[in-house]
Design a protein around this ligand. Structure first.
Ligand SMILES: [Ca+2]
Length: 289
């Protein structure tokens, strides 16, 4: 249920695809129907939807249509019929019929098939004496799935709406979590998606990784611009890859190939085995014998 505060009170209504039964919003399947009643004439008074005449007609139509659906094999699952519009021709009626969402086998096609048989049996009469006229395609009865995704905007603004036969599904965009009706941004930075030498910035629906000062890369792989920014550990060496520097664990069996390592050094350029980085003696050296 969605409630909004108003001046001196509040309004609550069910989300699309739900209808209030008692005090609870229940999930429903909804179909849109249109029919024409031959033996009724449209009257100007019907323009006033608050008029006694309009309300009487609306209730008559609602009861007749509801009864018709209650006679189908899904009859026990009919929740309600809603008259949306009554207009000229003789009179035409646009309505919605709602079923309990447990009506899993129901489709627009199965309803059309059942209703055609029922209406043939009653010679096109519904309710007490309402005679159906032809509508689109020369048919007495048309029922379609209601496309909730185009007739309303049922999902969160950060969700995609997929219409289904009788219902619809809301799904949050990637980067958001929720039930599709309410989607909240996921803070991806909590899961540390970036390189350890990058900073993570959460954004609405996404995030970005940026290498920290002294490092370069795409944020998922950040190499040092030199060895001094790395602070390699005791058992690590500073290794150059594609013009950037990384700490790598020393491997005993690699010790012979010392020329490719830049070793950590506390006595830079002062001993027999020291060769500094070209032009920049920063405490690392290539160990050569
Ligand atoms: Ca639908």
């Amino acid at each position: 249920m969605v409630c909004e505060n108003t001046l001196g009170g509040y309004n609550c209504k069910c989300r699309a695809g739900h209808v209030i039964v008692g005090n609870i919003c229940k999930a429903i399947k909804t179909y849109s129907g249109r029919l024409s009643i031959k033996n009724l004439q449209y009257r100007a008074i019907y323009n006033d939807t608050q008029s006694k005449e309009y309300i009487e007609l609306r209730n008559t139509l609602k009861n007749a249509i509801k009864k018709l659906y209650q006679n189908t094999s899904y009859g026990d699952l009919v929740v309600d019929v809603l008259i949306n519009r009554i207009y000229n021709g003789s009179i035409r009626v646009d309505y919605e019929v709602m079923f309990n969402s447990t009506a899993t086998n129901i489709t627009a096609e199965s309803l059309n098939t059942e209703l055609e048989i029922l209406i043939n049996k009653t010679n096109g009469i519904i309710g007490n004496s309402l005679v159906l006229g032809k509508t689109e395609g020369g048919r007495l009865f048309i029922i379609k799935d209601k496309d909730e995704c185009t007739t309303a905007d049922p999902c969160d603004e950060n969700a995609i709406c997929n219409n289904t036969d009788g219902s619809f599904v809301c799904r949050c965009h990637s980067g958001f979590s929720g039930d599709g009706f309410i989607c909240t941004d996921i803070n991806e930075c909590f899961t540390a998606p970036c390189h350890k030498n990058a900073t993570c910035l959460n954004t609405v629906g996404s995030y970005s990784c940026t290498c920290r000062g002294g490092f370069r890369g795409d944020g998922y792989d950040c190499g040092g611009v030199n060895c001094s920014v790395l602070f390699c550990g005791r058992n690590e060496v500073c290794v150059k890859r594609k013009n950037l520097f990384y700490c790598e664990e020393t491997k005993d069996d690699d010790d012979d190939d010392l020329s490719r390592y830049w070793y950590h050094c506390s006595h830079c350029c002062s001993s027999h085995c020291c060769i500094c980085l070209p032009g920049n003696c920063i405490g690392y050296y290539s160990a050569t014998k």
